[in-house]
Design a protein. Structure first.
Length: 182
């Protein structure tokens, strides 16, 4: 793809990947994560932005049982393999599109970095969850803390990226209104 193609179609890429990411997110929250919570009576790892410790991890994994742990792997992790990439693509495309109207290149770079870090640590979180499920009932404490740390970093980075995109969007709206009413 050439830069002119991307420049012309970046908004379409942002909307298209955003619709895919939003659809997957709604499916995860309303189906897979809801099922995991219903089966276990516990909040899934993915939905604990402040992390968890070994006692909470053991309680969730135990409460899930064999079928619930299998469901986590086959349904939730499967969807969460696509979601981080789609969210990052959405964020970066939106940032590139809105970044054309933002004179602050540092804000642009931070936004891209937070999006990439959020996706990277979402994948690390997923690997940690898979490793905990596979090693059950012998889950190591360092593994739990590593997966929990990835969850926290993912949550913080993604939140910052979303906030920065929203700020860039508000800046674009402000500049658009200023252009209409000189």
């Amino acid at each position: 793809m050439t830069n002119s193609f991307l420049s012309k179609h970046i908004g379409t890429i942002a909307v298209g990947s955003g619709l895919i990411a939003a659809s997957i997110y709604v499916l995860m929250v309303n189906v897979t994560l809801a099922h995991i919570e219903a089966v276990s009576g516990q909040i899934p790892f993915d939905m604990r932005p402040s992390g968890y410790g070994p006692i909470e991890a053991e309680a969730l994994l135990d409460a899930l049982g064999v079928d619930g742990r299998g469901y986590y792997l086959s349904h939730q992790i499967a969807l969460d393999t696509i979601y981080p990439a789609m969210l990052a693509l959405t964020m970066v495309a939106a940032i590139c599109w809105l970044g054309r109207y933002t004179p602050n290149r540092k804000l642009f770079r931070f936004c891209v970095a937070f999006s990439a870090v959020g996706a990277l640590f979402d994948y690390i979180e997923n690997l940690g969850i898979v490793a905990m499920i596979w090693s059950w009932p012998e889950v190591s404490v360092p593994l739990v803390y590593a997966a929990s740390s990835a969850t926290i970093i993912k949550s913080v980075s993604t939140t910052l990226a979303v906030m920065l995109v929203l700020l860039m969007g508000l800046n674009w709206v402000r500049l658009s209104k200023a252009d209409l009413h000189p």
